[in-house]
Design a protein. Structure first.
Length: 80
């Protein structure tokens, strides 16, 4: 694609944009609004899953650390 074709494609024609149904230059009207509950869930769910994964990884590492500490203590006491 040549530079001039790219510039034509990329140009902003405000009159053309205002004539479209999804005009990005004006705020949404009441008839264009949709409930945001499902979209909010899609936005929050990955964050909650990430938090859960981080917490799980932390707890597993902490349990492994406690097992190592217990094994070292038992080895020092001559039990192992």
């Amino acid at each position: 694609m040549s530079a001039s074709r790219l510039k034509r494609w990329w140009r902003l024609d405000e009159a053309e944009e205002r004539a479209t149904a999804d005009n990005p230059l004006e705020p949404l009207g009441r008839d264009q609004r949709r409930p945001g509950g499902p979209l909010l869930a899609l936005d929050v769910l990955p964050a909650l899953l990430g938090l859960f994964a981080s917490l799980t990884i932390y707890l597993v590492c902490r349990l492994l650390e406690l097992r190592v500490m217990a094994a070292r203590r038992l080895a020092r006491e001559g039990v192992l």
